[in-house]
Design a protein around this ligand. Structure first.
Ligand code: PHE
Length: 338
């Protein structure tokens, strides 16, 4: 028996598994119920009483070694397998289903609606300085209008902040001095607001700006009427209400007839039949001058709206937080849209 144990010990210690199958064969040969080691345990019954202590130790040691070798080599195979998954960057990506985020669907829609009437897409930085976010837009220093938009500051003097609106892109485009200008600027904006079903500290806006000779409020109205019908459908009506923005004069807010109840009144439009969707107006001459454009020669209009708001209306989404939570049950509902 002593020789048998020594022989097996030698065999298992020189074992080197070449594959998972090879390792499994090792387990079956030595450790399975009908394997060589349990067979030795069977023989143990016949061992003379005085040798039992020594044989017992040798046998237990053999079994332990075999188990260790098995575990160790098994680990190696698992490690290699995982490694392959992580490291083989040449493998083709598995076909994941998936679709576009509703905000992306709407942003693309908006881009195409405005591109069809000659608007180009412009971009600006999300981290902005005070001049582009406020000063050039006719927000004087210490003016209370700055409080209309709770700002996330990054530094004070120089004043650097996360932009509170996409109107900062207007300034960046006007500064370049290439006229006429006809752009839209979709992008992310930031405000220090309490998060609720109707507000978030991050959201998206789209800005429009048209500067040329003889641009009038009638041009603005017609452009926005076209947009409302393209986006919400041909039955959609619009109305303007006077408003105030430091960077436009005259300023207005635009409502669209509620697309849920068709204007009859429901809880979305608070039984008024109308939903406010954007701010707009004629670019204030002070803004043109601050950006180096002669306000005696040029005039223009601007508008800005929240993308979340109109997406919620279009797809009847009742909680703005859903856009940012990436809950698959929500996102899957948009899979078939492009
Ligand atoms: N920037 C304004 C806002 O964030 C919207 C706006 C843009 C109003 C352009 C008028 C003209 O509320």
């Amino acid at each position: 028996m002593r020789e048998k144990i020594a022989g097996l010990l030698e065999q298992i210690q020189s074992f080197e598994a070449e594959s998972r199958e090879h390792l499994e064969a090792f387990r079956i040969q030595y450790l399975s119920k009908k394997g060589l080691i349990p067979a030795l345990f069977n023989d143990f019954k016949q061992v003379a009483a005085e040798d039992r202590k020594e044989m017992g130790m040798l046998l237990n040691n053999l079994k332990q070694k075999a188990q260790e070798i098995l575990d160790l080599q098994q680990e190696r195979f698992v490690a290699v397998k995982e490694n392959k998954i992580q490291m083989d960057t040449s493998l083709p990506a598995p076909a994941l289903g998936g679709g576009r985020h509703p905000l992306s669907i709407v942003r693309r829609d908006l881009n195409s609606i405005f591109e069809r009437i000659g608007f180009k897409i412009a971009e600006g930085p999300e981290i902005e300085d005070d001049f582009h976010n406020f000063t050039a837009l006719n927000f004087p220093e210490e003016h209370p209008a700055r409080d209309m938009q709770d700002t996330f500051f990054i530094s004070k003097s120089p004043d650097i902040a996360l932009r509170t609106h996409t109107s900062s892109v207007q300034v960046r485009v006007m500064e370049q001095g290439k006229l006429p200008i006809r752009i839209i600027a979709p992008g992310r904006v930031f405000r220090n607001e309490a998060i609720s079903a109707r507000a978030h500290c991050i959201f998206h806006q789209i800005e429009g700006l048209y500067i040329d000779k003889d641009v009038s409020f009638a041009d603005l109205k017609q452009t926005l009427f076209y947009f409302a019908q393209e986006f919400f459908g041909p039955e959609t009506k619009i109305r303007f209400r006077p408003s105030y923005f430091p960077f436009t004069e005259t300023s207005a807010e635009m409502d669209v007839s509620c697309n849920i109840c068709g204007g009859k009144g429901c809880n979305i439009c608070k039984y008024s039949g109308w939903v406010e969707i954007l701010g707009c107006g004629m670019v204030d001459p002070n803004v043109l001058e601050a950006c180096g454009i002669d306000s005696n020669v040029y005039s223009g209009y601007a508008f800005g709206m929240g993308i979340e708001r109109i997406t919620m209306m279009k797809y009847q989404i009742n909680d703005l937080r859903l856009f940012f939570e990436n809950d698959m049950r929500f996102l899957k509902q948009f899979e078939t849209l492009v």
